[in-house]
Design a protein around this ligand. Structure first.
Ligand SMILES: O=P(O)(O)OC[C@H]1O[C@H](OP(=O)(O)OP(=O)(O)O)[C@H](O)[C@@H]1O
Ligand SMILES: NC(=O)CC[C@H](N)C(=O)O
Ligand SMILES: [Mg+2]
Length: 548
């Protein structure tokens, strides 16, 4: 039987993770002689990985990524995976966001003498790993050295990171930060010639899509190394509180994934059930009755249906989503987000005219969607519009991989619920309580004692997040600052400076064919996969990593 090359499968898998990043997509594979092959560019997975691009990705092991920038800009130079040639040749993809970037940058410059070429936090992480490996001074490393290097990394890098790395000719590595803020899991499959194929990904949906089973979450602070003959795993970080990001369940992840033992779909159903209880109380207080429950497609549909059923009120799909428009929240700029809400959703007058409607969304973040959508409901004749959110008010920055760095851009920041209603033009706004949101998730895995709920509480589970840092990050990454950076990135693309496709041959690797770079700066991705010959089986072991 013919084994599918890793690159082909990673491209497939990345398309299942498209919802996690629309800015750039990249794959690096490892072929014979430990040579890396790379394709990465701005754009959606289907645009970056056309047939010729995929055909060039030789080998049985690889790493892929879809990018949603939380640091730096949308520049293609920051598309992942990243590569360093020394030591050993390392390829790296990261989901999350690092908090102590200024001190890491300084260390890498002053002490480690490593050149950092972009504003990406992921490039810093890779170089810390490379520097830790370099310290062994060995011609060839072993698993022990890698566990030690990652352990040291977990003690110097603060923030959220689920990472996959690949060492040329050696194997695939996955690790998760000490708090397990961002998700990652591993799955297996019988190889075409009797070995075992491995897949690592941000979400279990990829495993299912590619025929892998036995999905298991990587533990917080754990590292796993997969070589052609062996798989070894170890707790490398100093144990800390496990606190996965609850926003994965609210919005980020696909409903058909299971994260840390919790079905995203089931948790959203429960959010709808519990929201209904609060809605009943709030409607009674306001002396209002609703005629119909309408979801704001796409993510809220699961919760809205349960909410309607629990309220015993008809559920109607009053807004139709244009299937060709992606997610708006993860787009990098406000103008683009606003424009795309209108492009994406269209209201059917029959479902609104003369009615008191309750719109249900998973969350209200900047209020971009809710403001437009309330207006759209009114434009088609809704008598009253009540807006219910499956998540509590979002009042604080996210610094762990969801790009909401500036509290001033959050509609609930410094506003009461009444003021928010006024701002989005709704007659009433109803929010889920934090207790109920946590319960919606926790009841499916009571062993999780806490979630990262920082956007609701302002409490950050890692160190390093104080007033000064929050002020710094908001100055650096507010929408205006980002717009400036992204404009520079677009200029660079137009000037055709430094494309990044083509074979990675030593230091030429990053100066590939720049003609295949696309000018769009509003998409992103990430993944990996590896199939390496096992000793008894020339094309056996596959290890795939799906990043972000
Ligand atoms: O208050 P805002 O800043 O608008 O952010 C919240 C909205 O953004 C997301 O939708 P998105 O369009 O990204 O994706 P979806 O189709 O998965 O719902 C989310 O589901 C909310 O609808
Ligand atoms: N969404 C992510 O995982 C982002 C990864 C990394 N912080 C970047 O900006 O590229
Ligand atoms: Mg939405």
């Amino acid at each position: 039987t013919q084994t599918t090359l890793a690159g082909t499968e990673i491209a497939e898998g990345l398309s299942l993770l498209q919802h996690r990043g629309q800015d750039a997509a990249g794959i690096v594979t490892c072929g014979s002689g430990g040579r890396f092959y790379q394709v990465k560019a701005n754009g959606m997975v289907r645009d970056v990985f056309d047939a010729p691009a995929v055909a060039g990705l030789k080998g049985w092991m690889g790493v892929g990524h879809v990018r949603y920038p939380t640091a730096g800009s949308s520049a293609h130079a920051e598309a992942q995976p990243f590569y360093v040639n020394s030591p050993y040749g390392i390829v790296f993809a990261h989901n999350g966001n690092i908090v102590n970037t200024p001190s890491l940058r300084q260390f890498l410059d002053v002490d480690a003498h490593r050149h950092i070429n972009t504003d990406s936090d992921s490039e810093l992480l890779l170089n810390i790993l490379a520097n830790n490996l370099q310290k062994t001074g060995k011609f060839r490393i072993n698993e022990e050295d890698i566990f030690t290097a990652i352990g040291d990394l977990t003690r110097s890098c603060i923030g959220a990171y689920a990472c996959v790395a690949m060492i040329a000719g050696f194997g695939l590595i996955v690790f998760r930060d000490p708090n397990g803020i961002r998700p990652a899991g591993i799955a297996t499959r019988k190889g075409a010639r009797g070995g075992t194929d491995y897949l690592v990904a941000s979400e279990s949906v990829v495993a299912q899509g590619l025929g892998f089973t036995e999905w298991e979450d990587v533990k917080a602070g754990e590292a796993i190394i997969i070589t052609r003959s062996n798989i070894s795993r170890r707790q490398v970080a100093t144990p800390q509180a496990f606190a996965p990001d609850i926003f994965e369940h609210v919005y980020f992840a696909r409903p058909d994934s299971t994260i840390d033992g919790i079905s995203v779909y089931r948790s959203r159903m429960k959010m709808g059930d519990l929201l209904a209880e609060t809605v009943k109380k709030e409607l009674a207080k306001a002396n209002l009755e609703i005629d119909v429950v309408i979801p704001v497609p796409d993510t809220s549909r699961t919760a809205a249906l349960n909410c309607a059923q629990a309220l015993n009120i008809p559920y109607r799909e009053g807004f139709v989503k244009n299937r060709y428009v992606g997610r708006t929240f993860i787009m990098p700029g406000q103008t683009q987000r606003r424009k795309n809400v209108r492009r994406k959703l269209n209201a059917m007058p029959e479902e609104f005219a003369g009615k008191t409607v309750m719109l249900v969304d998973d969350s209200i973040v900047r209020g971009t969607t809710s403001k437009e959508i309330v207006q759209m409901a009114k434009d088609v004749g809704a008598k009253r519009v009540i807006f219910a959110s499956c998540a509590p008010p979002i009042r604080y920055s996210n610094v762990y991989g969801i790009d909401m760095p500036s509290p001033h851009e959050l509609i609930a920041h410094g506003r009461t619920t009444e003021e928010i209603a006024e701002h989005i033009g709704a007659d009433l706004v109803i929010y889920q309580t934090l207790e109920d949101l946590v319960e919606s998730c926790r009841q499916f895995n009571p062993s999780i004692k806490q979630f990262d709920c920082s956007v609701f509480t302002g409490e950050y589970v890692t160190g390093g997040v104080d007033e000064r840092y929050l002020e710094h990050i908001q100055r650096l990454r507010n929408d205006n600052a980002k717009a400036k950076k992204n404009a520079q990135a677009v200029e660079a693309i137009e000037a055709n400076e430094g494309g990044c496709n083509g074979p990675m041959n030593g230091s030429d690797a990053l100066i590939g064919r720049s003609d295949s770079i696309m000018g769009l700066s509003n998409h992103s991705p990430k993944i990996g996969a590896t199939n390496m010959p096992t000793p008894n089986d020339t094309i056996g072991l596959h290890n795939s990593w799906y990043g972000q």
